[in-house]
Design a protein. Sequence first.
Lengths: 77, 153
Amino acid sequence: MNITVKYFGVLAELTQCMEETIVFTKSTVIELLEVVYQKHPTLNGKNFKVALNNELVDMGTIVSEVEVALLPPFSGG
Amino acid sequence: MKTLIRMKNNKKKSVFIDGAISSAFIADSIAKHQTKTSIGAHNIFLGQVRADEVNGKKVSAIEYTTYEEMANKKFHEIREATFEKYNLTCMHIYHSIGNVNAGEICLFVFVSATRRKEVFPAIEFVVNEIKAQVPIFGKEVFEDESHQWKSNT
């Protein structure tokens, strides 16, 4: 499955990329992140959350959407 | 009637404003409520960019970016939850996107009700929810053009 991974804030800066397509053959968020970390070792140890379908999800969630967003700590307001 | 107003607000309002929110915009927003004569109390929260000092360097601006699709969904949910929780006549939320200089306004929340009792807790609820739920990211730019990423506490 082709997944569009979007990076925001400091994560976009570290990866030097706003979004990219990742070919994903496994199932959960943590497995997707393993692929992401391999492509972008600079993300290791960084604090972020993952959103699927505009909702935050945990690491064990099955990646059912084609768009996944990596979100650093919020700082609106 | 109330539902109608809410739906109208939800559909028509765009939360994000390019750059700082001007005092003229805020004044105009207040003036627009003069026709809504059932309102007896307004409450307004204004978030202003602070010139924080970090290691001897001063913040000169914050550059805001967002995951817009999720942000709009979260703003919508916050609006719904607020109307559910408090007896408000109307509410408006505006948040800056892009560059906002220190001293300028980046968040404008405006709640109105028949009586004052509702508007005080309502505004605090809305502002806290925005800070916690909405994916907005602030890059604090220093006077020497270096930067750091802000994190809400």
